[in-house]
Design a protein around this ligand. Structure first.
Ligand SMILES: Cc1ncc(COP(=O)(O)O)c(C=O)c1O
Ligand SMILES: N[C@@H](CCOP(=O)(O)O)C(=O)O
Length: 529
């Protein structure tokens, strides 16, 4: 193929090729026009002068040296009609109950969950093509705040917040990894993907929600609302994200941790970030109960996903997956579940994309739980008859050791409306799955092992087909959970065969001994040797 046609075919399949497209049936864009225009400096093979323009624009867009990216963003403020408010979750269509996002409220009048409801009519004034092009134009830039994978969807997240109030580490835009070898070797699959939400600022997907929550707190504090600090109960990841984002904004953070139930790496994160850390002699559910009581009494803002603001950020991971597939919808998305906010966040992200015409269907969702902490699984297996919280037992997937999930209603809604499935993983299954994935070049956390187990089971039973495009959501960085890997590879886990263990070989420090073990190893790898 000639170089020019190769270039053209490469760029035509790129998301950047939408940039100059204007919606025909809907209103012309009035928002962030500079963003769309700026995108003309992106590669576009359809114009031969693109490269020259790109250089000229890059120079033109260089901000004055006395300006930072926030200052620069201030010059590009735009007007729009987008808004959002709290409403009771899954409210009766006749309900008029609602709250401003500037109010401090976590529950509806009846004590139920809340949801952030966007003015969908205002968003619908722009068609799917417009939103796709806008979001695509912001990927990978350093423009404040759109360089973030969350804030690149600002109009759908917190449309009314001022860019100045945003606290962001340019989170999101995480790798959608093609699990080629794992898919082929263990599952006979050719279209398996792992969305690495844990390869992020604090090493888990919680960054996506926390940037939104802490930004709103920043705004509330500037408005002199009574928020002295922000607090959470945590199994280790929420606390890490909360303390990092608060530290970056100079806001006090308070974290309640179940003593001896989180990894050392997770414990040290809030300590290093200057949070006020309480190690409490109870489990996560006990900590959650305490933080709810405390935040009802003291001017401490609640940062757990009971607070629906968090899910607005987390839902952008779903939008990002669609974007990374060039707006094609995968068949399955598998999410490990604990407190159960994230499975709803994914549902909401996919659903908004469908509602606003960016895509035409939804993927089927699977929520995966550890068998030692499986209240959702038991509820699903009962045919959604009766929900009973459980006493969560110790699990290597320690961040989902949760027996009384606050977002149970949200999870059930998400699963029922996406033809969803719930699966579970025993300790042996999740650790084996983690080791198998690691052996193909990943370095995943045990929670991702839970999700991979669900995939293995659904694949083995034929529910998921060999060519189904499937995304497994990886929720935390494997480096936070090295002790579990050490235990596994040392075969030091009681009642576990550790079938994929790869322990180091002890060898004497002499040439002959080293040669002996190496020859044995090479023989086992290559029969021709
Ligand atoms: C690493 C990890 N994976 C999965 C989850 C489950 O997410 P959710 O509580 O939203 O169900 C959590 C937290 O609960 C987590 O920290
Ligand atoms: N895994 C979580 C548990 C709390 O979940 P949240 O989403 O409600 O904050 C953690 O890391 O603390």
């Amino acid at each position: 193929m000639a170089a020019s046609s190769l270039l053209r075919s490469t760029f035509l399949s790129s998301p950047f090729n939408h940039h100059h497209h204007q919606p025909t049936t809907c209103k012309q864009p009035i928002i962030h026009f500079t963003q769309i225009k700026a995108s003309s400096s992106s590669p576009d093979a359809s114009s031969s002068s693109a490269a020259a323009n790109s250089t000229a624009q890059a120079v033109k867009h260089r901000r004055p040296t006395n300006e930072n990216i926030r200052d620069e963003a201030r010059r590009h403020t735009s007007s729009h009609n987008f808004s959002a408010k709290y409403v009771p979750f899954n409210a009766d269509p006749n309900s008029t109950e609602s709250y401003s996002l500037d109010e401090i409220v976590y529950r509806s009048r009846s004590g139920g969950l809340l949801d952030v409801q966007h003015d969908m009519d205002a968003l619908r004034e722009f068609d799917g093509e417009y939103w796709r092009a806008l979001f695509d134009s912001r990927v990978g830039k350093t423009t404040w705040p759109y360089g973030s994978g969350v804030w690149s969807k600002k109009e759908w997240v917190l449309p009314e917040i001022d860019g100045d109030d945003i606290v962001s580490a340019f989170e999101g835009n995480s790798n959608l990894f093609w699990a080629e070898r794992f898919g082929k070797q263990f599952l006979g699959m050719n279209d398996l993907w792992v969305k690495h939400c844990g390869i992020s600022h604090t090493g888990s997907f919680k960054d996506l929600g926390m940037t939104v929550l802490v930004s709103q707190v920043n705004r509330l504090r500037k408005m002199k609302r009574p928020v002295v600090g922000v607090g959470c109960a945590s199994t280790g990841d929420t606390s890490a994200a909360l303390s990092a984002y608060c530290a970056s904004a100079g806001i006090p953070s308070i974290v309640f941790l179940p003593a001896n139930r989180i990894s050392l790496a997770q414990l040290v994160q809030p300590i290093a970030n200057g949070a006020f850390v309480l190690s409490i002699d109870t489990d996560f559910d006990g900590c959650m109960q305490l933080i709810r009581e405390v935040t009802a009494e003291l001017p401490i803002y609640l940062a757990n996903s009971l607070n629906s603001l968090r899910l607005e950020g987390q839902k952008t991971a779903a939008i990002e997956i669609l974007q990374q597939f060039d707006w094609q919808v995968p068949d399955w998305v598998i999410v490990p579940g604990g407190n159960l906010g994230n499975i709803y966040a994914f549902y909401k992200g996919f659903h908004m994309c469908k509602e606003l015409g960016l895509v035409d269907k939804m993927p089927r969702l699977v929520c995966a739980q550890a068998a030692n902490a499986n209240p959702l699984y038991l509820y699903y297996k009962s045919g959604w008859k009766e929900f009973k919280s459980v006493k969560a037992n110790t699990t290597f997937a320690s961040a989902i050791q949760i027996g009384d999930p606050v977002s149970i209603d949200r999870a059930v809604y998400a699963l029922k409306n996406s033809n969803g499935i719930v699966e579970e993983a025993t300790e042996e299954e999740l650790m084996d799955a983690m080791a198998q994935a690691d052996s193909t070049g990943m370095f995943i956390c045990p929670h991702t092992g839970v999700a991979l187990t669900a995939l293995i089971k659904l694949r083995n039973s034929g529910v998921i087909g060999p060519t189904d495009r499937t995304v497994v959501v990886s929720t935390a960085h494997g480096l936070k959970f090295t002790q579990s890997k050490i235990d596994y590879h040392s075969k030091e886990i009681k009642d576990m065969a550790c079938r994929y263990a790869n322990p180091p070989v002890q060898v004497n420090a002499d040439f002959g001994s080293v040669m002996d073990v190496l020859k044995k190893y090479l023989l086992s790898k290559d029969s021709k040797y």
